[in-house]
Structures are given as structure tokens and as C-alpha cells.
Design a protein around this ligand. Structure first.
Ligand code: DQA
Length: 146
């Protein structure tokens, strides 16, 4: 059975209470449970994690390469400036693994600094603006490829 790592960056642990008008009222724990369920529906084992720490996220990309895990990544604010995370994501796709960049909101409709993603250029695909469905569609896409 293939595994998907659903990795989440800074402040996403506050989902539910964090700017609910933008991010919705679903909590991170609820999203984690949904991702486990959506993964099992398409024959994937899911590992769902969140960190506020850039180095930890980089190390998780290394772990994905070493374990042969596909990745669904919401890089949160690191999307816009973390070259270290971009380089780690490039290792994932270079290893022949899928890496789907996802966002709850559509960053292109928001502040200018969110219009740049340093991750997209090394991602397999990008899904944004669909709320928790962004996670579901990314998991479905990986399930179809795995
Ligand atoms: C986000 C969009 C980012 O710009 C922001 O920094 C986040 C969440 C999203 O899921 O819409 O933290 O990645």
C-alpha cells in the first residue's frame, strides 16, 4: 500500500479559530481525520502532520524521499519565501514521487506577497481555493497515480 504524507506548515494548527472567514471553521484535527478517511477510500495510508518549524518541514520532505512517500503539502506562509523548503520538495519530485501543493484559500486573490509560490515550480500539481476539498482532491490525485 502506498503512503501519502499530508504535511502542513505554520499556523495551520490553529485552523478552526484562525481567521475563520478565510480558512473556515474546520479544525486541524478534523482535517487530519478527513485526510485519513479520504486516503483509505483511495487505497492510501495517510500520515498527517503539522509544524510551525521550517527545519522540521524540510526534514519531513527528506523522510518522504527515504520512505518513498508521496506528499500533499500545505506550506502555508513558507510557500512564499522558503527556498530551503522548495529545494527539499524538489528532492521529492526528483525521486519520482508526487508532491501536490495545496492551499485552503486562493492566494492569487489575496495580498500581493501571496501571489508568489516558490514551491509551485517543483510541485507535481497545485490545488488552491477549495477549502478542505483542496486536501481531498490532492489525495484523490495521488491515489489515482500511486
Ligand atoms: C495558505 C495560504 C498562505 O498564504 C497562508 O500563509 C497560509 C495558508 C492556505 O492554505 O490558504 O497560512 O497556505
Amino acid at each position: 500500500m502506498s503512503t501519502v504524507l499530508v504535511a502542513n506548515g505554520p499556523n495551520l494548527g490553529r485552523l478552526g479559530t484562525r481567521e475563520p472567514e478565510k480558512y473556515g471553521s474546520t479544525t486541524f484535527d478534523e482535517i487530519a481525520a478527513l485526510c485519513m478517511q479520504w486516503g483509505s477510500e483511495v487505497g492510501l495510508e495517510s500520515v498527517v502532520r503539522q509544524t510551525d518549524d521550517e527545519a522540521e518541514l524540510v526534514h519531513w520532505m527528506h523522510e518522504a524521499v527515504d520512505n518513498g512517500w508521496h506528499v500533499v503539502l500545505n506550506p502555508a506562509a513558507f510557500t512564499h519565501y522558503s527556498y530551503a523548503l522548495r529545494d527539499a520538495c524538489a528532492l521529492v519530485t526528483a525521486a519520482g514521487l508526487a508532491l501536490m501543493e495545496i492551499h485552503l484559500t486562493n492566494p492569487h486573490t489575496r495580498e500581493e506577497f501571496r501571489h508568489t509560490s516558490v514551491i509551485s515550480g517543483v510541485a507535481t500539481g497545485v490545488i488552491a481555493g477549495l477549502g478542505t476539498d483542496s486536501y481531498r482532491l490532492a489525495i484523490d490525485a495521488i491515489g489515482a497515480r500511486a
